[in-house]
Write a protein that binds this ligand. Structure first.
Ligand code: TYD
Ligand code: MG
Length: 455
């Protein structure tokens, strides 16, 4: 191979460089460039006068195009998928090691197999014996799943082509698969992409729902094949803190449905249990009001979830750079809120360390969390506990206004149901909620007055 033909492919983002570098020029990851075989290039120009078939145009309302969803029997999984598995679709399931991806998929496969449909589970990471042990522990040993330990995509497809197409095919994980048609070790971008392509083609042609398990790198993206996200129909992420019991299944992309519903599970001794009513899960024990703690009625899809936001402020004596540490929220958003609190309310956080934590291992994505975070920060700084019966929500602008958010009354209703008596939120509120006092706040200084003046 001539020198100019060499190509180095970033194993994190798939971008191609022509010489080796320590850092990928595109995504900035270190030590991810690896040499790979050159791509096949067709040198001939397309001859437009001959060859090539006609492309058929169809109307958008052609009948029979709606995908028929099939429930897995795990309601929380179906909910996160947007209503069940679509035959012929490909799903990428990402998540940290040990979070429970294999457990969840084994349970889903067992449910499907017990409904009398064909479910195949191919494990490339664990030996068949290990999967069998796990199944026994989950009480699924009698489920008629077809289990195989294999890593060769050619073997897998040859086997599948000789039998009736399954309703569900789980590949655990795509990084362990390899195809002898493609150069490179398993787990490289070209292998992962090539194997996924072949498996997805099988799924589309045979109406099988395909689930590919993908590992996640330390920064949270699906390892190696960020490119895979473009090839599949649904990208799901299984999240949670391993030290906590709760797991959240979230769709990051869904060609067949909305991406705002979550599935909630609890990891127990005998596998993942579904949590149908998660609204109380993320509140920690709250007997005495503590400064720096605020409750936020979050909304996940159509379900309200009450979450506790905790802030801790530590005054620094020396001139050292103060730390800001965030668990469960966006650190950029925290920096913004601190800046707004400093410039609009005259509070001083710049010489203090700020720690922010969302209880229960929950990750907040709802923009309405701003007001609860601000309330926790002000309460911590002033050392004034908020009432344990209050719930806070609203979006905060750079000007310090408290802006309206979606589904205010749904949030308030859920808080009222769980025994909260006062809601604080944006000034405009369409309809009030029975049993719940509501105080509208217009600007951020109103919040500070509310917390500081009250004591
Ligand atoms: P696993 O499904 O192997 O995770 P992944 O495939 O995402 O790497 O889950 C492994 C963890 O789940 C393991 O650390 C132990 C825990 N676990 C339970 O607590 N209870 C159970 O019944 C099972 C099967 C696993
Ligand atoms: Mg696994």
């Amino acid at each position: 191979m001539s020198k100019s033909k060499r190509r180095y492919v970033c194993q994190a983002c798939g971008s191609v460089a022509h010489r080796w570098q320590g850092q990928c020029p595109d995504c900035g990851e270190w030590n991810t460039l690896a040499e790979e075989a050159p791509a096949t290039v067709f040198s001939q120009k397309h001859d437009l006068s001959s060859g090539g078939g006609a492309v058929e145009f169809v109307p958008l309302d052609a009948p029979g195009q709606m995908p028929q969803r099939q429930g897995t029997g795990l309601a929380e999984l179906d909910r996160a998928l947007g209503g069940g598995l679509v035959p012929g679709s490909a799903i990428l399931m990402g998540g940290d090691p040990g979070i429970g991806k294999s457990t969840l998929l084994l349970q889903a496969a067992a449910k499907i197999a017990r409904q009398g449909r064909q479910a195949i589970y191919v494990s490339g990471e664990e030996a068949a014996g290990q999967v069998r042990l796990r199944a026994a522990r989950l009480g699924l040993a009698d489920a008629p799943i077809r289990l195989a330990a294999a890593t060769s995509v050619r073997d897998i497809l040859t086997t599948l082509n000789a039998m009736e197409a399954p309703a569900l095919l789980v590949i655990d994980s795509i990084q362990t698969m390899h195809s002898d048609q493609i150069e490179g070790a398993p787990g490289t971008v070209s292998q992962v992409r090539g194997c996924a392509f072949e498996l997805i083609r099988y799924a589309k042609e045979n109406g099988t729902a395909l689930v590919l398990v993908g590992h996640v790198t330390k920064d949270g993206s699906i390892a190696g094949p960020r490119v895979l996200a473009h090839m599949v129909d649904v990208v799901m992420s299984f999240e949670g803190e391993r030290s906590h019991q709760y797991r959240i299944l979230r769709a990051l992309k869904n060609r067949f449905g909305a991406v705002d519903e979550i599935g909630v599970f609890a990891m127990a001794g005998d596998g993942l249990e579904e949590v149908a009513n998660p609204s109380m899960l993320f509140l920690s024990g709250r007997e005495h009001p503590i400064a720096g703690s605020a409750v936020f009625p979050a909304l996940e899809g159509t379900r309200p979830v009450l979450v506790e936001v905790q802030a801790l402020i530590v005054r620094l004596q020396s001139g050292a750079t103060p730390r800001r540490a965030v668990v469960g929220w966006d650190s950029g958003r925290l920096a913004m809120l601190l800046a707004v609190l400093e410039s609009r309310c005259g509070l001083n956080y710049s010489s203090a360390e700020v720690y922010l934590n969302v209880a229960g291992g929950y990750r907040l994505t709802d923009p309405a969390a701003d007001l609860a975070v601000a309330a926790a920060l002000v309460s911590a700084l002033a050392d004034r506990p908020l009432s344990a019966q209050s719930a806070w929500f609203g979006e905060i602008s750079l000007a310090g206004e408290i802006r309206p958010v979606s589904h205010s009354s749904l949030r308030l209703r859920e808080a009222a149901k769980l025994g909260f008596s006062t809601g604080y939120g944006p000034a405009e509120l369409k309809d009030s909620v029975r049993g719940m006092k509501y105080e509208g706040l217009k600007m951020l200084p109103d919040l500070v007055d509310r917390i500081v003046a009250k004591a």
